[in-house]
Structure formats: C-alpha cells, structure tokens
Design a protein around this ligand. Structure first.
Ligand code: DQA
Length: 184
C-alpha cells in the first residue's frame, strides 16, 4: 500500500513489488500474463471537454476527440489498451481512479484545475500501486502563480507540461516503459 509516502518511498515500492506487480505469478510459481497488464487510464479534468474551443492561444486547436484518437494510435504502437475519460466532476475522476487501481497498470492524468486544488484526487491516486504520469497541455510554470503548485505531482512518477496535446503521447511512451520495467 502506498499511502502518503514520499516520492522516493513510492519509487522504492514500485520497484520492490515489480517481482509480481499485478499478480502475474501463479501459486505454482508459473508465470501467467495478466489480461489487465497493459491497461492505461487517461483521465481528463474540468473544461477539457472544450479543448479546441477554449482559449486556443493557450491550449491549441485540437479537440479532446483528436487527443483521444492520437492516444489510440500511440497506444496501439505500444500495445497498450486505453480507457480515455473526461469529467467536470471531481467525484467522477476519483471513481475512475478507483476503477483503474483494480484493473489498470498505470494512469495518465491531466487533472486540469483540480491539479491545484484537489487533495481528494491526490488521496485517490495515493491508493494506486502503479505509475502515474501528470500531463498539462500548457506550461503551467509560465502562467499564474496559483498554477505552479500541483497536489498531483506529490504522487506522479513524472510531469509533462508545455508540449501541447503531444504531451499525452509522450506520457504514454513513458508509461509503457515503466510498465515494461515493472515486469522485469
Ligand atoms: C491545464 C493547466 C491547468 O492549470 C488548467 O486549469 C487547465 C488545463 C493544462 O492542461 O495546461 O484546465 O491542466
């Protein structure tokens, strides 16, 4: 269980359970391939449903459907199965994180404004024993001071910000690498 651990502790835990990250070893010691071993949840927070229409000078012209299609293509190359979701409701994102902790091997999350406010999303992510990559389309560090703090970064394996919607694809590449490393 990773509850409120530091980043270093979290990393150690990921490495230490990599012998059997999601129950791939059967009781007789034989290796079995978990059917869930390459599922990645891609979660998007509030207002990202308006991507393409919303402040295009900051967030670009691509829609969330375009992002989902791009992620689908990259996921195929990486042999990942993705579950792509967006919600404006904090509880819904938490429920998806709970679902992911049972079925997935990693999360890519753009929590949008919840990044800067949500202890509840941090707490939910802290129940997950797999890699989490935080994505921001814009370079939040070049923007208002309130965007410089992220609760989610406390639990994220890494953060990608300022690469536009390409950040999601970069995050999937990193996630696939971390999933592969956890299997070794
Ligand atoms: C964002 C950055 C957040 O500060 C903002 O509230 C968003 C989007 C991004 O992708 O750049 O809604 O997460």
């Amino acid at each position: 269980m990773v509850l409120g651990g530091s980043k270093q502790q979290r990393f150690d835990l990921i490495v230490s359970f990599s012998d059997d990250p999601i129950g791939r070893l059967q009781t007789d010691g034989q290796q079995k391939e978990s059917p869930m071993s390459r599922i990645a949840y891609i979660l998007n927070g509030p207002n990202l449903n308006l991507l393409g229409k919303r402040q295009p000078a900051i967030y670009g012209h691509e829609t969330l459907a375009d992002v989902e299609a791009d992620c689908g293509r990259v996921a195929q190359e990486l042999s990942l199965e993705i579950k792509f979701h967006q919600s404006n409701a904090e509880y819904q994102i938490i429920d998806w994180i709970h679902e992911a902790r049972e079925h997935a091997s990693g999360i890519v999350i753009n929590p949008a404004a919840f990044t800067h406010t949500s202890v509840a999303i941090l707490d939910a992510l802290n129940t997950c024993e797999f890699p989490i990559i935080e994505v921001h389309i814009s370079n939040v560090h070049r923007r208002e001071a309130f965007r410089h703090h992220s609760y989610v970064s406390l639990v994220a394996s890494g953060v990608i910000a300022g690469f536009g919607t390409q950040g999601y694809q970069l995050a999937l590449h990193r996630l696939a690498r971390l999933i592969d490393e956890a299997k070794k």
